[in-house]
Design a protein around this ligand. Structure first.
Ligand SMILES: C[S@@+](CC[C@H](N)C(=O)[O-])C[C@H]1O[C@@H](n2cnc3c(N)ncnc32)[C@H](O)[C@@H]1O
Length: 291
């Protein structure tokens, strides 16, 4: 990964932590552990020995390393431990974060409460459910957890861009009645659920409606700004205590500008509760919205 790309990930779309301080060259060899150990020692003055700590390592991209993440964690934790801080893997107050690509390592020490995710490198994994329809389901689960939002178990949800039906399945199985709007086919498991009404058209055709919604979701594959405008059209149908979650699909070039423009549009009709690139997002960010 180039430095420029990494900067983009950290600054515009930081998924987990702004702790990164050092960028090191590594070679995918056993010596890498020595390089990481050396740089860990340079961070020791920043360590608060009265607070507990842990080391979290994430590997990015496919790579083969002659050591495991646990080797790194153990080696670096031992160095920090020599200074007397107590190790607490479950609830550390300070975290030494290591992110590794085949050629580069990113290293930084931060307070856990300042990190954007409790998971090593933001790597949040969910167990696959047997009747899961799409990987998109993980995005919704992660968004609900990240933004601390609870799906109601009764009421009505609007799912815009619903096909093949992962989000619709999650909503309907939790007891919500779901209006799933998408010109494309829904998976039969979502289509046949008694709580689901599939409106087989575009959202632009579906709105206006007489319904009001407890939850409005939007995972439509379209330009982020257009998608934000459609979401804005839907704002008037959100019940007072309802919330919205949407993904903004971002282009490779100018992603920051497009994201900011889309957020400005959304801000004119919703309160923006949060906007983050989540672990399960690729070229998109997830936005949580209140009425
Ligand atoms: C990434 S998929 C959604 C996945 C879905 N959230 C799930 O959990 O399975 C994007 C969907 O947006 C739909 N879409 C794109 N433009 C749309 C529009 N104007 N109105 C409704 N749906 C649209 C596409 O047909 C496609 O099915």
């Amino acid at each position: 990964m180039s430095t420029e790309k990494q900067k983009t990930v950290l600054v515009v779309l930081a998924p987990y932590s702004d702790a990164v301080r050092d960028l090191l060259a590594v070679q995918g060899k056993r010596d890498d552990l020595e390089i990481l150990a050396y740089h860990t020692r340079t961070l020791l003055l920043e360590l608060d020995t009265t607070r507990s700590y842990s080391v979290q390592t994430r590997t990015l991209e496919e790579g083969r390393w002659p050591y495991t993440r646990f080797d790194i964690n153990n080696r670096l934790a031992a160095i920090l431990g020599e200074w007397g801080a107590p190790l607490d893997v479950q609830h550390p107050e300070q975290i030494l974060s290591v992110t590794l690509t085949p050629t580069e390592a990113f290293l930084g020490l931060s307070l856990a409460r300042e990190n954007l995710s409790d998971w090593a490198g933001g790597e949040r994994r969910f167990k696959r459910e047997p009747n899961q329809i799409s990987r998109a389901e993980f995005k919704l689960l992660e968004a609900l957890e990240t933004f601390d939002l609870q799906l109601p178990t009764t009421g009505v949800a609007l799912d815009m861009g619903a096909a093949p039906g992962g989000w619709t399945r999650l909503l309907s199985e939790r007891g919500l009645r779901v209006i799933a709007v998408d010109p494309a086919e829904l998976d039969p498991r979502a289509e046949s659920h008694p709580n689901v009404t599939h409106i087989r058209t575009t959202v632009e055709n579906y709105l206006p409606t007489r319904e009001t919604f407890d939850v409005i979701l939007n995972d439509m594959r379209m330009d982020a700004r257009d998608s934000a405008r459609v979401m804005l059209m839907a704002a008037q149908y959100l019940k007072p205590k309802g919330f919205g979650i949407m993904t903004l699909k971002l282009p490779e070039k100018g992603m920051g500008d497009v994201a900011r423009a889309a957020l400005r549009i959304l801000g004119s009709g919703y309160s923006v509760l949060g906007a983050r690139q989540l672990f399960h997002n690729r070229d998109e960010v997830t936005v949580a919205l209140g009425g």
